[in-house]
Design a binder for this molecule. Sequence first.
Ligand code: PHB
Length: 578
Amino acid sequence: MPPTETVPAPDTDASGDVPSEAVAPLMRGLMVLRRLTDADGVLSLSELERITGLARSTVDRVTGTLARMGYVRLDGRDVFLAPRLMDLGNAYLAALGLPGLLGGQADALADALDESVSLAVADGDGIRFVHQATRRRAMSLSFRIGDLLPAERTAPGAVLAAEWTEAEWTRWRTRRAADPRASGFPAVPPGEGPDEKEFAARAARAGERGWALDDQLIEPGLVALALPVRDADGAVVCVASVVSHTSRHTADSLREAMLPRLRAAVADWERLLSGEDRETAARPQAGPRPAHPQAGPRDLAPRPPGLADWTHASKQELGRGFVESLARGLTVLTAFGEGRAALSLSAVAEATGLARATARRALITLEHLGYVYAEGRLFRLTPQVLALGYPYLSRLPLPQIAAPHLAELSRRVHDSASLAVLAGHDVRYTARVATRRIMSVHITVGTRFPAHATSLGRVMLADLPPDARAAWLADIEPRALTPHTLTSVGELAAVLERVREQGYALVDEELEQGLRSISVPVRDRAGAVVAAVNVAMHSSRRTVEETVADVLPELRATAARIEDDLRTAGRFTPVPEA
Ligand code: PHB
């Protein structure tokens, strides 16, 4: 390895002296992922070089390695965060257990209250969101899962600070002195926020009353009411907030309207939390915690399935630039998960297949940077793991997830590829990669076509339950768009049945003369069809048989890749449709 690889990278995430055993390439990789997250998902290679202070050759190796792992995508001179990176945040959220246990409850509460509801945990002297049940409203700004906010400018922060030790107040003072305008919190507009006297008074009141208000501390218009959620031992595991806007509520009217209902919901959740025979993984990082005997390595959930695919590749396949120590270090984070919140060094080594010494150095590095903390002989992930891409990626809509896969498909088959959703009687295109071949139909994102005459529409219709399919067919009057368009409802029903059996649809010249299209469905985690992908071509390009033999496998592989990303992205939060 060239000598530059042993020099620790400058990284604002690190505090204090870098341990001599720290893995420098891992530190660099984490820094690159953090800068990309703070830049909202994309930076050019030269911007990365400038922001990180790393040599260009190092940036190339690090981003090449991250790309090989599927954590970023390289497109020309730009580096994008990729959905697969959410595996790391998912490992934290799964280990935490809270989003799995309370996320659905928070969603239901948001529906009932018709206001946004969020769950946040302590992260150092800030709060970090682990769940957001967001109401769609013009006037509502909302934070994203993984966003970190300064405690003094939020309602949850006052709730948590009510129980801060003197050491925790000192940590807060130190941060405020170093960064008075909270510029280290990319999710919030910079500002001073309340001074110590005011914040301490709010924290004390929160302690007495058991709730806190945020009256536009972060943003004009934003008001919130927060309550602690406690485990059976009375420790605060997270803070639940109802968030509104001054166009609907003042801070006081929000409290009047919502406090009883939020209290009742939280009481239910606390029963759920204490009733569960779960390890106390739900404890956010807030200073040292007592060890929990039941969290020992003996009763661990089975190790996570398989290792990242790079581990099976030979050195030659990985290429000369692949930085194995970075890849190994990141893989350590994926050893954690549901039922695997607290792991010993041996458990980490066993789950990842890494040598103990390698796993140990990775853990030392991750602990130094604040992604892991040690509790006796056991290690846990911290909420900071969410800072590795989650805020940006958790809002990435399906068309953006699909776009690079469509581009790859189009490159391989030399024809246009698209993604569409069902919209009433139509299909609506949500992503498209066109080739330069001329086609008379002009299709862009937003274009609609009658669903019955398109292969996209047919694969989505074929998946409807029989009743819904019959109702849909009964509701349309299929129009002939070419002499080939099927217009008999009975024939369409039979075609849909066949499509359902074969898993794809092929439509030849029914939408437009000379145009053929073949489509397969895209399914979410639950197996529901959420969209369809197609390849469209001139009918003269291939025979129908060639289309099925040559294009269908590519199309299926593309759908599988999109579904893979969807599974990762949708594990703890819904993926926006557009
Ligand atoms: C939220 O967006 O969930 C939020 C914002 C500010 C708060 C509390 C919650 O004080």
